[in-house]
Design a protein around this ligand. Structure first.
Ligand code: CP3
Length: 343
């Protein structure tokens, strides 16, 4: 089906656009009262993720309410470990928890490689969403990067340091590579399933990129992101590696179309390191949205001036925070649209 608004896809492919497309990481779920109303009818987050009609409804809410140029499927990066044999729970106000983690080679050997149909509920949610979006905007599919998923599979929950995961890179690098490769293969299959179901573009989130030194990051994370980017040939690929300052040049050499920048990555320096052939995504400091409306507008304009009019997808430098005012998020989105239309 032809899309009514394909700005995001054209920008990802490096084509000219009338204005800069904009969406917001974690736009579905965190800030909308309409989301909480839907979620309140169920036992919790996981049931919502596993109910395709309702997952589709909350995926589309930000398109209607915020006016973003793309929807991102409502799910979580932690469904991949689940598909591999490690189910999780989501504790209200605490975060994810895995009763079983990967502690040994035996545990690793017991894990499955997820296939294209392992996460049927996500695939069904994508199909329903595509139907209901009816071509209004593109749909973004996503997965966690193998390194970030590895962190949760080893640690079993969130952590400030992920020191058990980091320990394993020093103690048993062969084991780490074997697990990372199994996650990468599962992720490739999962993303291909999302694409077959209708995802128009996919993003790989490496939320814990920033905790590794550069050499280890290239060796234990980028290697597998690169494997994924090489395998996904059907649609554009966005790589968002939060905190991977030392690896921006190397990320620029990966076979992806878009590189996400976090808010600490200098825009001009990043463009220089990454080169002219990738689209950049980002990177307003999310905390800017705590400021007054005029500050949000002027900081947004400053960001757009630095990126320039082409090869840019506007976004925050990481996800929107749960306590942010919807009107402030809208102010950012509206300013991107208005200011970039007149450039
Ligand atoms: O972007 C979107 O709006 C689509 C949905 C989406 C969710 N999680 C829904 C969610 C996406 C893209 C994610 C990605 C995700 N999940 C990441 C990578 C992005 C990032 O922020 O760095 C990570 C690290 C996770 C793991 C995760 N999921 C954590 C640590 C938590 C608890 C804290 C939090 O973020 O709220 C979750 C839960 C989660 N995932 C919620 C939502 C809407 C909140 C659950 C609830 O409604 O109670």
């Amino acid at each position: 089906m032809k899309l009514e608004n394909d700005l995001l896809l054209r920008a990802a492919n490096g084509e000219k656009t009338e204005r800069t497309p904009v969406w917001v990481m974690r736009q579905a779920g965190r800030i909308l009262k309409e989301y909480r109303a839907v979620r309140g009818k169920l036992s919790g987050f996981i049931e919502l993720v596993q109910t395709p009609d309702l997952a589709a409804e909350v995926t589309i809410q930000p398109v209607d309410i915020l006016g973003v140029d793309a929807a991102i499927i409502f799910s979580d990066i932690l469904v991949v470990p689940e598909a591999m044999g490690l189910p999780y729970t989501m504790e209200e106000g605490v975060g994810p928890f895995f009763p079983k983690t990967v502690k040994s080679e035996t545990d690793l050997n017991k894990l499955k490689t997820a296939d294209e149909d392992s996460l049927g509920y996500v695939i069904d949610a994508i199909k329903v969403t595509k139907k209901e979006l009816n071509g209004r905007v593109p749909l973004i599919g996503f997965a966690g990067a193998p390194w970030t998923i590895f962190c949760y599979m080893i640690e079993g929950k969130g952590s400030k340091t992920f020191s058990n995961a980091r320990k394993s890179l020093y103690k048993d690098p062969a084991f780490a590579h074997k697990l990372l490769d199994k996650i990468a293969d599962s992720t490739i299959n999962y993303l291909k399933g999302q694409i077959s179901a209708g995802a128009d573009i996919v993003q790989v989130f490496d939320s814990w990129a920033g905790i590794l030194p550069t050499e280890q990051y290239d060796n234990f994370s980028l290697k597998y992101i690169s494997k994924i980017a090489n395998a996904i040939t059907e649609v554009p690929v966005i790589v968002f590696a939060k905190g991977a300052y030392g690896s921006r040049k190397t990320i620029g050499e990966i076979d992806c179309d878009v590189v996400g920048l976090d808010w600490n990555m200098d825009i001009v320096e990043s463009r220089d390191l990454i080169g002219p052939r990738k689209t950049l995504q980002g990177n307003l400091d999310p905390a800017t949205l705590y400021a007054d409306f005029n500050t949000i507008k002027s900081e947004t304009r400053k960001m757009i001036d630095q990126f320039g009019k082409s090869r840019h997808i506007a976004n925050l430098g990481h996800g929107v925070y749960p306590d942010m005012d919807v009107e402030k998020v809208k102010c950012f989105i509206d300013e991107v649209k208005e200011y970039s239309s007149n450039l």
